[in-house]
Design a protein around this ligand. Structure first.
Ligand code: ATP
Length: 140
């Protein structure tokens, strides 16, 4: 019997649960850098970047989840990820993400012309979300 310690990963969004699994390693991109969480890691709380979370499911094999920002909490071998939006790699609609990217690029150009700083910041975040989805869905 394989009795290696594991941790449980939950990814939730306002729309509900996106992912749940047990693993020996979860790699998260926080706003201050990458963190690898293994069973019995010290408790932690961190903000998540618009980036990916990778969950080891077999040797050299990871589930990949696009995270549109949020935070993680780890304690008692439970990793809770609360994200404003999240999609498993296989659920990403690339056509939709490409359209979102184009829309965001147009908004950025327009906001630069009109020097609308708030709109520029919002559009840049939209662009990062779209690029993140496209980037993750392109992974082999
Ligand atoms: P869009 O302009 O295409 O709606 P968005 O970045 O504004 O993109 P969000 O507000 O981040 O979208 O997400 C809204 C909902 O749609 C969330 O449930 C999110 O998981 C889902 N979603 C957004 N883009 C995609 C995509 N490309 N593929 C799959 N689900 C997506």
């Amino acid at each position: 019997m394989d009795d290696k310690p594991v941790l449980t990963v939950n990814v939730v969004t306002p729309d509900g649960s996106v992912y749940e699994n047990t693993t020996t390693l979860a790699i998260c991109k926080t706003t201050v850098g990458e963190v690898g969480i293994m069973p019995n890691h010290i408790p932690m709380l961190a903000s998540l970047a618009i980036d990916e979370v990778r969950v080891k499911v077999a040797e050299d094999q990871f589930d990949e989840i696009a995270i549109s920002g949020g935070f993680l909490e780890f304690s008692d071998n439970v990793l809770s990820i609360v994200a404003s939006a999240a999609e498993r790699k296989e659920d990403i609609d690339t056509i939709r993400a490409k359209r979102a990217k184009e829309r965001a690029e147009k908004r950025i150009a327009q906001a630069k012309q009109t020097q609308d700083i708030d709109e520029l910041k919002r559009a840049e975040v939209s662009l990062r979300r779209a690029m993140n989805r496209l980037n993750i869905s392109s992974h082999k």
